[in-house]
Design a protein around this ligand. Sequence first.
Ligand code: NAG
Ligand code: NAG
Ligand code: NAG
Ligand code: NAG
Ligand code: NAG
Ligand code: NAG
Ligand code: NAG
Ligand code: NAG
Ligand code: NAG
Ligand code: NAG
Length: 307
Amino acid sequence: MSKNCVLLLLLTLFFLVKTAHSDPRATEAALMCTNETALMADRQTFVANFLATMDAVTPQIAVQRYAAVVNGTGNNTVYAFGECMKDLSKQDCDVCFAQCKTQILRCLPFQKATRGGRLFYDGCYLRYDDFNFFNQSLSAQDTSVCGGTGFGGNQSVFKDNALRLVRNLSLVAPKNDGFSVGFVGQGNETVYGLAQCWEFVNGSACDECLADTVERIGSCPPKAEGRVLNAGCYLRYSTQKFYSNNTSTAGNGGRRGLAIILAVTSAVFAVVLSIFSVAFFTRKKILKRRKGTEVWLEVLIDSIFKH
Ligand SMILES: *[C@@H]1O[C@H](CO)[C@@H](O)[C@H](O)[C@H]1NC(C)=O
Ligand SMILES: *[C@@H]1O[C@H](CO)[C@@H](O)[C@H](O)[C@H]1NC(C)=O
Ligand SMILES: *[C@@H]1O[C@H](CO)[C@@H](O)[C@H](O)[C@H]1NC(C)=O
Ligand SMILES: *[C@@H]1O[C@H](CO)[C@@H](O)[C@H](O)[C@H]1NC(C)=O
Ligand SMILES: *[C@@H]1O[C@H](CO)[C@@H](O)[C@H](O)[C@H]1NC(C)=O
Ligand SMILES: *[C@@H]1O[C@H](CO)[C@@H](O)[C@H](O)[C@H]1NC(C)=O
Ligand SMILES: *[C@@H]1O[C@H](CO)[C@@H](O)[C@H](O)[C@H]1NC(C)=O
Ligand SMILES: *[C@@H]1O[C@H](CO)[C@@H](O)[C@H](O)[C@H]1NC(C)=O
Ligand SMILES: *[C@@H]1O[C@H](CO)[C@@H](O)[C@H](O)[C@H]1NC(C)=O
Ligand SMILES: *[C@@H]1O[C@H](CO)[C@@H](O)[C@H](O)[C@H]1NC(C)=O
């Protein structure tokens, strides 16, 4: 019964998001989960701390577009960090983040007490972990994601444009509050790009992080899309102009729709959380009926999150 309820809410949500005028770029670039899990004895504390950080993240995002939260003590401390790309409007930032927050549950912080996860969207970013990673610039999980169809025109010109662009972005961003957008080339050989370092990755750490993205992105052309997803920064190029160079865009009649989207997203998040929390805190009962309930939960998670 509550399963149908969640699905209905989600359908409403996707419908609303599709018809909204804004572009929160709530498209997934990558989800990375650690394979470390909390010890059995610590799970209850870990889950409570995780929930507390997720609760605290949203109000900070609403005020300053990034959030850094620490909750818990000792081995069960949970660190969470989130930030929007700086070209998003405040409304788009809130929408992107609300969706990002529901999707990070795919790392299974409740079922498996997974101790860390990162979710890169093209408009926002959320990570939680069991150590202070707030100013970390590089990590072993750093990766590039290339996509789209191959570029159809002159490939050597395209590659040259892409590399010139990312080099320029990586030099400009550290001196420009950790952010830059731009394009190189003409006509259908134009390449557009965006680079951003996270809030606490500034100065030389931002330099270092973006220099690494320039190395990694080289494998992407002639693909039409390239992204590098590092611990401390994000870089993307595309044949489409995906960024906005106008942050002061007013919500043209989208405010009501936005309020509804946020309300529905929060409701979905709350419902999902309460299902998982109940499931978690009555774990002993579940274990006895494992084949029934846990399989049911996994089916639910799949149906919610694989869209
Ligand atoms: C975690 O994943 C890494 C890489 O995928 C692997 O090398 C390591 O053995 C895994 N650790 C555990 C405890 O499963
Ligand atoms: C962790 O979250 C709980 C619940 O919101 C709160 O009472 C507590 O003060 C937080 N602890 C820290 C260290 O922020
Ligand atoms: C924290 O975890 C480590 C290993 O995982 C363990 O050796 C240590 O005793 C733990 N510390 C506390 C305070 O639980
Ligand atoms: C990163 O933060 C830690 C703890 O807050 C601090 O000790 C360290 O010096 C910082 N590193 C850099 C490179 O800023
Ligand atoms: C794009 O560039 C290629 C090669 O320069 C050219 O053949 C093609 O006509 C161009 N397409 C458009 C839509 O301009
Ligand atoms: C691509 O452009 C370069 C420079 O304009 C030119 O030298 C080269 O012949 C072109 N290659 C193709 C396949 O058109
Ligand atoms: C980056 O490109 C812009 C626009 O083409 C140019 O004005 C600027 O000098 C370049 N900066 C660097 C560091 O290359
Ligand atoms: C920003 O937008 C204006 C107007 O559309 C455009 O002329 C300009 O080239 C854009 N700048 C960048 C860096 O994309
Ligand atoms: C980086 O930013 C933080 C806060 O945003 C600030 O406290 C710190 O001094 C900055 N570090 C550098 C090297 O600019
Ligand atoms: C930038 O914003 C101004 C006013 O807010 C608007 O008139 C203009 O069309 C916008 N440009 C772009 C490229 O969105």
